[in-house]
Design a protein around this ligand. Structure first.
Ligand code: GTP
Ligand code: MG
Length: 196
């Protein structure tokens, strides 16, 4: 029996560094940024969900379920994750941000291989230098632990996953795959680099 793997794309932040413009919907090379993310992960998972706290009608046009954080206080990415973990029936949930348009095409395969190599609970991606704390593959059964952490006032996800059996999936061979677009300047730089 093959494993079911669902994905949630986190687009629920305030995007302050983007001047408050909803980052997933900001255009990069004539496409909303989230469309690039969708295209990268679609071949790798069973179902996609979009987590957004604004502009839900526009997000729904991509054809996937859209939901907001169960706690509407902009508590950070963990709030989106616990909401998604309650909605999926899958064996594993892939978590990715909406502002990483070049994610690896072998992201799930390599993260899953890491988890299975030690029967771990989750894996976090690394670009070879830094861990990418919102690029995770995890068991949805970790929800209670994550919710307790969030309810305790904690926000830093790397502190949470340090409490669990967490593997690091290295993508040092694809150092640009985790380029993160947080500002208009970064968006411009990436558009120019891709066009070259
Ligand atoms: N669901 C949810 N996702 C969030 C929240 N805050 C950030 N995120 C997501 O977490 C990921 C990483 O966050 P950042 O890149 O710092 O995004 P941001 O908070 O919108 O941007 P800044 O305000 O500029 O820091 C992005 O995919 C965000 O959409 C939140 O309160 N709820
Ligand atoms: Mg970001």
């Amino acid at each position: 029996m093959s494993l079911q793997i669902d994905a949630v794309i986190l687009a629920g932040g305030m995007a302050r560094r983007m001047g408050g413009n909803d980052k997933g919907l900001v255009e990069l090379l004539d496409q909303p940024m989230i469309k690039h993310t969708i295209d990268r992960i679609k071949p790798q998972v069973n179902e996609i969900m979009i987590n957004a706290n604004r502009n839900q009608t526009q997000y729904a046009e991509f054809g996937y379920p859209v939901f907001s954080d169960e706690d509407s206080g902009y508590l950070g990415p963990l709030a989106g994750m616990i909401t998604a973990m309650a909605k999926t029936q899958a064996d594993y949930l892939l978590v990715v941000p909406c502002d990483c348009p070049l994610l690896p095409l072998d992201l799930v395969e390599r993260m899953l291989a890491q988890i299975q190599s030690e029967d771990a609970e989750l894996a976090v991606a690394s670009d070879g230098k830094r861990e990418q704390p919102v690029v995770l593959l995890l068991k949805p059964s970790l929800r209670d632990s994550m919710k307790a952490f969030l309810d305790g006032g904690e926000r830093k996800i790397d502190f949470w996953y340090a409490k669990h059996h967490c593997m690091v999936a290295e993508f040092a061979d694809q150092p640009n795959a985790f380029v993160n677009v947080n500002t208009p300047e970064q968006k411009q730089q990436l558009a120019e680099a891709i066009a070259k």
